[in-house]
Design a protein around this ligand. Structure first.
Ligand code: SF4
Length: 173
């Protein structure tokens, strides 16, 4: 769908690949949220040129992650935590895209099974309790993401994962 959307050649070149992708998503009506609201406000008050300039600066960190969209500027590209946005990153926005929903359903199932396995072999060690807490928080977050309307931030008060230095990935769990 994105490849079928055309922007004026000079605008596309000026925006760069990521901001141009966001511009096309806006044109398709597939993106919403604060950046998109501001883009539309500027476009209506100051015209296309000012709006595209705003997008060029604000949307240069666009990422289509496996679970949703992220519009953030990174010092490291891609974001080192892009596979665990769902753990509570403030930059994650929800989409209604089938591939995101499918990925989230797989994860939801994974954490449901993990919690059920843990419940079947209870013990009182700190490691056990931490595992339960870890899986419960992630399962709650995944369900929250699945319920969040398209374009909305899922964890507006969450941490900025792009700035958290942690080499451990959720895939290690
Ligand atoms: S972890 Fe946060 S900053 Fe990194 S890609 Fe995901 S939403 Fe963006």
């Amino acid at each position: 769908m994105l490849s079928a959307i055309e922007l004026p050649i000079d605008v596309e070149a000026e925006l760069g690949e990521k901001s141009a992708t966001v511009a096309k998503l806006i044109k398709l009506g597939k993106a919403s949220g604060p950046i998109v609201d501001n883009f539309k406000k500027i476009q209506s008050n100051q015209g296309d040129q000012a709006a595209f300039e705003f997008l060029r600066i604000e949307a240069d960190g666009f990422h289509a992650t496996p679970y949703g969209h992220c519009i953030n500027s990174f010092t490291v590209d891609p974001c080192p935590k892009n596979l665990e946005c769902f753990a509570g990153c403030r930059h994650l926005t929800a989409t209604n895209l089938p591939e995101h929903i499918k990925n989230l359903k797989v994860l939801e199932n994974k954490y449901e099974i993990a919690l059920s396995d843990l419940a079947a072999r209870p013990n009182e060690t700190m490691g056990y309790n931490n595992q339960i807490l870890h899986a419960t928080i992630r399962l709650d977050n995944i369900r929250k993401l699945l319920k969040t309307p398209t374009g909305e931030h899922v964890f507006p008060d969450g941490a900025d994962f792009s700035k958290i230095n942690n080499s451990k990935s959720v895939l290690d769990d």
